[in-house]
Design a protein around this ligand. Sequence first.
Ligand code: GSH
Length: 314
Amino acid sequence: MAAVKALICHTSCSPSSLLTSPPDIFPSSAPLSFSCTSRLIRPPTSAIVCLLRPQTNEPVLARVALARTRRRASVSATMATGVKEVLPPALTSTSDPPPIFDGTTRLYISYVCPFAQRVWITRNCKGLQDQIKLVPIDLQNRPAWYKEKVYPANKVPALEHNNEVRGESLDLIRYLEANFGGPSLWPEDPAKKEFAEELFSYTDTFTKSVFSSFKGEGDDQAAAAFDFIENALSKFEDGPFFLGQFSLVDIAYAPFIERFKPYLQEVKGIDITVGRPKLATWIEEINKNEAYTQTRRDPKELVESYKKRFAAQL
Ligand SMILES: N[C@@H](CCC(=O)N[C@@H](CS)C(=O)NCC(=O)O)C(=O)O
């Protein structure tokens, strides 16, 4: 029996999706192979497939059922859904605004902004891709309606939810944690909660210390900041993350460490993981988290953008 090729169109699939043969088109014994051409957010229960008749290669559209695996409510499960989101293009000065305050929850981001990336990662980790629509903005060619109609602070990230727009990345990741479902990313243990607050407070000091070295103000402050991170990662031993288990704290730091590591390596020849084994393991572990890796930028692109930004100050 000749194999029948099926291309899944306009839908998503996970590696574990099973395709069943549509009985009215081919005998159920006809083997079907398929490949994903486009992957969206929600694992579907059915898909429109484009089937090729074995003899004639004539295309036929059909709806087929997909067997789907249930997602467990655990962080590790959401880390590896195998579902890759198709990212929309960034809106520019010539783009129309979305239908603001129509009841849709929207997360306004820039693909290159580390602050926005925090909220984007949290959305993905909590499996909220269906509930929170990404609206990327081109900050270099920003639509005027963004400031006028969406967020007067004119920054990203901003979250449109329940007819209000909120900003500030650290507030927003906590807001998602408090107001949406999905795996918990905040500890129950009071000692961990207290440490989480401390690490949240340290984020600005951390970034400023590292940026100071980018501006040619010496590397000591940056080294001390990475030592602080190494010590913080040594506090809880029940996992490789800041609070042992993966949490919002890891999300708060990840976009910045993602940028600092390749920049310091390339521009200053500094490997931030040398003598910092906990940090090395943290980087390795966080890079296994698909909810995060789907938000990551090409390191070369990040280095180039920091080079442009800081070259004049060196
Ligand atoms: N404290 C803010 C910082 C947000 C921020 O500075 N975003 C930058 C992009 S990475 C931005 O929107 N800049 C536009 C501007 O300042 O005009 C947060 O944590 O959300």
